[in-house]
Design a protein around this ligand. Structure first.
Ligand SMILES: [Zn+2]
Length: 301
């Protein structure tokens, strides 16, 4: 069995094109300054929505994890400004959702994904943490693809993955389609909106990035995407298990250097938000750090 898994992993692992990078010592300070680069009012609040779940065990998501069940939340985030909004990640339709069930039936709420689509339509700008289907499909496979694409930032590396080695065929795009998006290239970090800075973090995928957000009240958030699937990946400096790393084709050295940096960032009081940590997101909602539903313009109901 382990033999088969290893062969499969070797056959399907996609080489990581980005290189492992140690972040400069002063990166957080520079990101904080860059958050002021784009003038305008800071966001007031941040909301999330869980539109699907995957059911795993801790053993499958963190090195040395137990066989206790782990609920992975599939999520999208809405950064709310006084006069607009920015979306982080884009949800996915049910066809893409089924890919992640490995043949099992896992929870999916189509009406919640409809809310993600409505929030994307209402947003001024859309960014995605990375090029996996559960984060990006909503801007690739949507009845409103053209209008969403025109305000959706993809990085050159994300586009390279989507055009040459998409995670599943359904999210592949052509070079021609890629031109519909706001395709950017940057080395380390890039401010994109008042209070919002992208931070390059290749490792989970070649085009993975994190999103720093400072809200008007002063609270700082870092949306770490899938650098860790749960906060304990960071706080205990534990990667995903070796089989999972191989299956995804991750760069473990890059991920470990990101986990180290993130642990220091958390010690500075920045709120870390992993995309999939269901229990943590519920806790943040209970504490009032994040709203647990998206705010939508009246849909005429
Ligand atoms: Zn993910």
């Amino acid at each position: 069995m382990p033999f088969c898994a290893a062969v499969l992993a070797a056959a399907f692992a996609v080489p990581i094109l980005g290189q492992a990078q140690d972040y400069p010592e002063d990166l957080l300070e520079r990101v904080r300054q860059a958050a002021d680069d784009v003038p305008g009012a800071l966001p007031d609040s941040i909301n999330f929505i869980k539109f699907a779940e995957s059911h795993r065990t801790f053993a499958a998501v963190i090195q040395g994890g137990t066989d206790e069940p782990f609920v992975s939340a599939r999520t999208a985030f809405q950064v709310v400004y006084p006069d607009g909004s920015l979306m982080i990640d884009a949800g996915m339709d049910e066809t893409v959702h089924r890919f992640y069930g490995f043949g099992r039936d896992e929870p999916y709420w189509p009406e919640r994904n409809d809310r993600v689509q409505a929030a994307l339509s209402a947003a001024n700008l859309i960014v995605v943490t990375h090029e996996h289907g559960d984060h990006v499909a909503g801007i690739l496979r949507s009845p409103n693809r053209d209008s969403l694409a025109a305000k959706a930032i993809l990085t050159e590396t994300q586009v390279r993955t989507l055009t040459t080695a998409p995670q599943l065929p359904e999210i592949g795009i052509t070079e021609q389609q890629a031109r519909d998006y706001l395709v950017v290239d940057y080395r380390l970090y890039l401010p994109v909106a008042p209070g919002v800075v992208l931070i390059s973090a290749p490792g989970h995928t070649p085009g993975h990035q994190m999103v720093y957000v400072r809200v008007a009240g002063g609270t700082e958030f870092l949306f770490i995407g899938d650098v860790g699937w749960l906060l304990e990946n960071v706080t205990e400096l534990r990667l995903r298990p070796a089989e999972t790393i191989a299956r995804i084709g991750e760069d473990p050295d890059a991920l470990m250097s990101q986990l180290l940096w993130l642990r220091g960032v958390a010690e500075q009081g920045v709120v870390l938000v992993p995309s999939h940590d269901d229990r943590l997101l519920s806790r943040y909602a209970a504490e009032g750090l994040l709203g647990d539903d998206l705010v939508l313009p009246s849909l005429g109901d």
